[in-house]
Design a protein. Structure first.
Length: 335
């Protein structure tokens, strides 16, 4: 069995992006009133960005998480593009894998699960500040309830559980709701699929798990920033999810930029284990691989298609800006 190592730890780093915290102060109880109603039913989704080289086109779907939980995405433009596309580029990200075999994987599972908890059986109240813990208690009561197990978690994982629970209660889904629709279209039209990923292979995970279980993470900033997003940004996250679902590109542009969860991803990547595994270098290699794949697709195909997270795709340091700097024409859906 192919076992993913530290996948739970890295999930927060890849969780799709709630919006950056607003500067307005939260109300006295620390939780803002939630006003925006999340859309339901069939929705068109966003238009596609277009990268052009002469007569060759690469259409790019900007994905977003969270999205409305009860949305069914029906994209006529996507179907038309994939009916013509010779190639689809799928971003899979950085993966940390270990070939350990099925039975050995079962033996390692208790250690992997235990690594989510604080070293030395410490409780969350013992590792965060009194002010942070008071905020945590308020938010936990609202979104998680009386679950005592989460009190054993490292702040990083406690924050993850809180975020997932808050999204669910807000009518939002943190899973990738876009790719299944793309996959169904791929199945219907059979283009070539190019997977872009960077894999870090661990030959023997047992020593790493042992080290991880004793490692203290610098994840207090992650814990606090996650609570701030939940306290102040839920309504904005729903507005952004609605804008994506309804194809309102103007609203997507008007909303604040998506937060990238640096505090949470850095808790892993800047820890000794993350650095030793070369996680930061893997991210740089991944970006280079995607750009190479995009240029190759534009060179050989008249029509290609790709998906990218909006937060990676847009902005002055985004993938589209990098292609534009190389001389490609980039056209937004509303241009």
């Amino acid at each position: 069995m192919r076992k993913t190592m530290l996948a739970a730890a890295l999930t927060l780093g890849f969780m799709s992006m709630p919006l950056q915290a607003q500067q307005a102060a939260p109300p006295a109880d620390g939780i803002r009133t939630e006003a925006t109603v999340v859309v339901e039913g069939e929705q068109p989704g966003p238009g596609l960005w277009l990268v052009r080289k002469g007569s060759h086109d690469l259409y790019v779907l900007g994905t977003l998480r969270p999205l409305p939980m009860k949305m069914q995405w029906q994209s006529a433009q996507l179907q038309q593009v994939l009916a013509q596309a010779q190639e689809v580029i799928r971003m899979r990200g950085v993966q940390i894998d270990a070939d350990v075999g099925f039975f050995r994987g079962l033996l390692l599972m208790p250690k992997l699960l235990g690594a989510r908890n604080n070293p030395d059986d410490r409780k969350l109240q013992q590792v965060v500040s009194p002010a942070s813990y008071a905020r945590w208690q308020t938010l936990k009561a609202r979104y998680i309830g009386s679950d005592g197990g989460v009190e054993k978690r490292r702040p990083l994982f406690a924050a993850q559980e809180l975020y997932s629970a808050a999204m669910k209660k807000s009518g939002l889904d943190t899973h990738d709701l876009a790719w299944p629709v793309v996959a169904e279209a791929i199945k219907a039209h059979s283009p070539t699929v190019t997977v872009v990923k960077e894999t870090i292979v661990i030959k023997d995970p047992k020593p790493l798990l042992k080290e991880w279980s004793k490692t203290t993470l610098d994840d207090l900033a992650c814990f606090d920033s996650t609570m701030t997003h939940i306290e102040t940004d839920l309504d904005a996250m729903r507005a952004r999810a609605n804008a994506w679902a309804t194809g309102d590109v103007a609203a997507l542009r008007a909303l604040p930029p998506a937060y990238r969860w640096e505090a949470c991803s850095n808790a892993i990547t800047e820890a000794g284990i993350g650095k030793r595994l070369g996680y930061g270098d893997a991210q740089r290699k991944l970006r280079a691989k995607w750009l190479v794949a995009a240029e190759a697709a534009l060179e050989r195909n008249t029509v290609s298609f790709a998906t990218l997270a909006l937060s990676d795709m847009l902005g002055t340091d985004g993938y589209l800006a990098a292609l534009q700097a190389k001389g490609y024409t980039v056209i937004a859906p509303d241009e």
